[in-house]
Design a protein around this ligand. Structure first.
Ligand SMILES: [Zn+2]
Length: 714
C-alpha cells in the first residue's frame, strides 16, 4: 500500500457545460475512489480544474463575438458550480489561467529545453491567408486519415480517438474563414517522443522504468494497454510542444524565437494537475512536493478514453524528461457513454446537461449518480436511457434501498419508541442471506464485514459497478431479513426474536450509511441524520466500522436514540421522464440529423496477378466525341471515342448515370484491346474505365484536362 495518493480527473475545457458523458467517464469514478480512500483514512489529494487554453476556447470566443477571457470566466464558474452540485468532492478545483500555473508550465518548458528534450525545427504549417494566422489544432478540420471521419480536428479525431497533426488531415479547411489553408514555414519546439519510445514500451507493458517496478500491468485496463501499444507499434514521432497562437502560456521570453509562440495546450494542461496541487498546498499549509516526487505516492489519472495517449505516453514522457517527477501508477480510463441509442453530441444538443439535471431534479442528485455508476462505461461503451433511469430509481433506489431503511426506522419507532433495543445474542431468527437458514447475530455482523471488504476490493480495482452491486446486496439481504421474520406479525408472540431482528436491521442500515457514502454522498448524509449518528468526516469512518465489526461489535449500541425517518428516494413518474425525453435535441436544427456514417464494406481483393498479365492490357487515353441512347436499352449509351489514331464505337453501361449531353467531350481511359463484342446489333470496340463506389455511383477515370488521346496508361 502506498503512503499517499494524488488523484487527478481530466481538466474539462472551459468552453461549455458538463454533460453526463463527462460525469460517467472521469469525474464520478474519481470521486468514488477518493471518497473511499478518505473513508479508509488514507492520505489523498484530489485535484482538477478548468483547462482554459487551446484553440477550443478561442474558436468559441470568435463564434460568440467575445473574448477568450470572457468565455473561460463564464464556464469556469459554471463547471465549478456543477461539480459542487453533483457532489464531486475535489480538494481543489483550479484553473489554468492562474499565474501559478503559467509559471509552473514555463519552468517545465525551461527545464525540458535545458535537458535537450526538444528538437527545434522549422516546418511548413497551415496558414489561413484570409484570417492572417497559423491554424493549429482546432482551428483546422478535415478528413481523418485513420477512420475517414470528415470532421476530424487538427489535433485529434473525436470519432476514432487518433491523435493527429494538422498536416495529417485530408482536405483541410480553416475553422476561421472556411478557406483552404496554404503552408508557410514556422519554427517550433518538438518533444523527442521517438527517444522515449523504448522506455515507454517497457514501462507500459512490464511496469518497470529505470530498473524499478512501478506498477503491475495486470492492474491496468486492457483497452488502455491496447491503445498505448497500438500507438507504440506505429512508432512515436517528435511532437510540436509550441503553437503560433495569441492565447495560452507564453514560451518564456528569454528564449530566442519565443515571440508569438505559446505552449501547446497538451503540454500545459496536465501540468495543471501540478499547479493545482501547489495551490492546494499553499491554501492548506502543506508541502506539495511529496505528492509528485516521492516513490511512495500513488498517482492515478481518471480520464475518458479520448485522453489515453496524452496521459499514458506524452505526459509520462514529459515527466520523465523533466526528471524530478513520479509516473502514474494507473490510468483507469473509461470508454464512452451513449444516450438513447446515439452518441452524445454537444452541437446537436443530444446530451443530458448536469446543471440542467440539478435544476430539474433538486435533491435527487444521487439518483443521477446511481444511474451513472450502474451504466459506467468501464470496459466498453454503454448507454443511458431515461426509461432505464426511471426503472432503476423506482426498482432499486425506492423499492430496495429506501424501502428497507424506511421499514426499519418506522418499526423501530413503533415498537421501541426510536431506541435501539438491547438483545439476547443467543436468540434464534432467520438469516436474510439465505432462505430457511437460522441466523446468528455475530455471524451476520461478520457477513457485513465481508461485504464491506468486498466493496473496497472492487473499488481499489476500479470496478465501481461491481462495488455498487455489493452495497445493494446488503440492502437486499436486509429486506429479506424483515421478509423472512415478519416482525409485524411476530412482535406479539416472539418479542425477543423481533428485538434481535430489528437491532440487526439497524446495524445493516448503519453499515449502509457508510457504504453508500462514496456513491451517494447526499443520501449518506440524510441517512446519518435519520440514524442520529452524526455526519461522516470522511477521515477513516469506514476503517473505524471495519475495526468494530471484525471484533464482533455492533455499530449502534443498545439505547441509542434514533432520529426522525424520512423517505430517502421517491418514485419518478412517466410524465417527468417524458418531459426529459422531449428536451433531447430540442434546439437541434430543424433539418434531420445527418445519418451516422456506416461501416464501409470493401470488396475482397482479387487474386494476385503477374506483371505480364497486366502488360497484356492496352489501356489508352481517349475523348468522347458523340453519344446517343441505344434504343430498347435502359443501360447502354453508344459512344464514338477518339483514340488519336482512330475513332472507335463503344457501348457503355452508363445510361442510368449520365445523359448523352453530359458525357460528350469527356476525357476518358479506354481498354483498347478488349475483344470486340456484338451487343444489341452493334459491335462494341473496347471499354471505358469507370470508378464505382459502394452505392454503385459511377465516376469517369479521366486524365488531366487537355491530355492528348491515344497514349498509353500504365
Ligand atoms: Zn478518425
Amino acid at each position: 500500500m502506498k503512503k499517499r495518493y494524488l488523484v487527478t480527473a481530466a481538466l474539462p475545457y472551459a468552453n461549455g457545460p458538463l454533460h453526463i458523458g463527462h460525469l460517467a467517464g472521469a469525474y464520478l469514478p474519481a470521486d468514488i475512489y477518493v471518497r473511499y480512500l478518505r473513508l479508509m483514512g488514507r492520505d489523498v489529494v484530489f485535484v482538477c480544474g478548468s483547462d482554459e487554453h487551446g484553440a477550443a476556447i478561442t474558436v468559441k470566443a470568435r463564434k460568440e463575438g467575445t473574448t477568450p477571457q470572457a468565455i473561460v470566466d463564464q464556464y469556469h464558474t459554471v463547471l465549478k458550480d456543477t461539480f459542487e452540485k453533483i457532489g464531486i468532492g475535489f480538494d481543489i478545483y483550479h484553473r489554468t489561467s492562474a499565474p501559478i500555473h503559467h509559471q509552473t508550465s514555463q519552468d517545465f518548458f525551461r527545464k525540458l529545453l535545458d535537458k535537450g528534450a526538444f528538437l527545434e525545427e522549422t516546418t511548413e504549417q497551415y496558414f489561413d491567408e484570409i484570417a492572417g494566422q497559423f491554424l493549429a489544432d482546432r482551428y483546422i478540420v478535415g478528413t481523418c486519415p485513420v477512420c475517414a471521419n470528415p470532421e476530424a480536428y487538427g489535433d485529434q479525431c473525436e470519432k476514432c480517438g487518433s491523435a493527429l497533426s494538422p498536416t495529417d488531415l485530408i482536405n483541410p479547411k480553416s475553422m476561421l474563414s472556411g478557406s483552404v489553408p496554404v503552408k508557410r514555414p514556422t519554427k517550433h519546439w518538438f518533444l523527442r517522443l521517438d527517444q522515449h519510445e523504448a522506455w515507454l514500451r517497457e514501462w507500459i507493458n512490464t511496469g518497470v522504468a529505470d530498473g524499478k517496478k512501478l506498477h503491475n500491468p495486470a492492474d491496468w485496463k486492457n483497452h488502455v494497454l491496447g491503445q498505448c501499444n497500438s500507438w507504440l507499434d506505429q512508432g512515436l514521432q517528435p511532437r510540436a510542444m509550441t503553437r503560433d497562437l495569441d492565447w495560452g502560456v507564453d514560451v518564456p521570453q528569454e528564449i530566442p524565437g519565443s515571440e508569438g509562440k505559446k505552449l501547446y495546450v497538451w503540454l500545459d494542461a496536465p501540468i495543471g494537475y501540478i499547479s493545482a496541487t501547489k495551490q492546494w498546498a499553499l491554501d492548506n499549509g502543506k508541502d506539495w512536493e511529496p505528492y509528485w516526487k516521492s516513490d511512495d505516492t500513488a498517482l492515478v489519472h481518471f480520464i475518458g478514453k479520448d485522453n489515453i495517449v496524452f496521459h499514458c505516453l506524452i505526459f509520462p514522457a514529459i515527466l520523465k524528461a523533466h526528471g524530478d517527477f513520479i509516473l502514474p501508477c494507473n490510468v483507469p480510463a473509461n470508454q464512452f457513454l451513449n444516450l438513447e441509442g446515439r452518441k452524445l453530441s454537444t452541437s446537436k444538443n443530444w446530451a443530458v446537461w448536469v446543471h440542467e439535471y440539478c435544476a430539474d431534479f433538486p435533491g435527487q442528485e444521487d439518483v443521477l449518480r446511481y444511474n451513472m455508476i450502474k451504466k459506467m462505461p468501464e470496459q466498453s461503451d454503454s448507454e443511458f436511457t431515461w426509461k432505464g433511469f426511471q426503472e432503476t430509481n423506482n426498482n432499486e433506489l425506492v423499492n430496495n434501498l429506501a424501502n428497507f431503511v424506511n421499514r426499519v426506522l418506522v418499526l423501530s419507532h413503533k415498537y421501541y419508541a426510536g431506541i435501539v433495543p438491547a438483545i439476547d445474542h443467543d436468540q434464534d431468527f432467520k438469516s436474510g442471506w439465505e432462505t430457511d437458514k437460522t441466523g446468528s447475530y455475530d455471524q451476520e455482523l461478520s457477513l457485513l464485514y465481508g461485504k464491506l471488504r468486498e466493496m473496497g476490493t472492487e473499488i481499489e480495482r476500479f470496478n465501481f459497478r461491481e462495488a455498487l452491486r455489493v452495497v445493494m446486496e446488503i440492502s437486499s439481504a436486509g429486506n429479506a431479513l424483515l421478509q423472512f421474520n415478519e416482525p409485524w406479525k411476530t412482535v406479539k408472540d416472539e418479542p425477543e426474536m423481533v428485538k434481535v431482528v430489528l437491532n440487526l436491521a439497524l446495524q445493516y442500515v448503519a453499515v449502509l450509511s457508510v457504504a453508500i457514502r462514496p456513491f451517494l454522498p447526499f443520501s449518506a448524509d440524510r441517512l446519518r441524520k435519520m440514524l442520529n449518528l452524526g455526519l461522516l468526516r470522511d477521515k477513516g469512518d469506514l476503517l473505524a466500522i471495519l475495526n468494530e465489526l471484525v471484533e464482533g461489535n455492533p455499530i449502534m449500541l443498545p439505547n441509542h436514540a434514533l432520529g426522525q425517518s424520512e423517505h430517502l428516494f421517491s418514485r419518478i413518474s412517466d410524465e417527468v421522464i417524458e418531459a426529459q425525453i422531449a428536451k433531447l435535441g430540442a434546439s437541434e436544427p430543424a433539418s434531420a440529423p445527418a445519418a451516422e456514417p456506416t461501416e464501409i464494406q470493401y470488396a475482397p481483393m482479387k487474386e494476385t496477378i503477374q506483371f505480364d498479365d497486366f502488360a497484356k492490357m492496352d489501356i489508352r487515353t481517349g475523348k468522347i466525341l458523340t453519344a446517343e441512347k441505344m434504343e430498347k436499352s435502359k443501360k447502354l449509351l453508344k459512344l464514338s471515342v477518339d483514340l488519336g489514331f482512330e475513332t472507335r464505337t463503344i457501348l457503355s453501361g452508363i445510361a442510368e448515370h449520365f445523359s448523352p449531353e453530359e458525357v460528350v467531350g469527356k476525357q476518358v481511359v479506354v481498354l483498347a484491346n478488349l475483344a470486340p463484342r456484338p451487343m444489341m446489333g452493334v459491335e462494341s470496340q473496347g471499354m471505358i474505365l469507370m470508378a464505382e463506389n459502394e452505392q454503385g455511383a459511377l465516376s469517369f477515370v479521366s486524365p488531366a484536362d487537355g491530355w492528348p488521346s491515344g497514349f498509353g496508361v500504365r
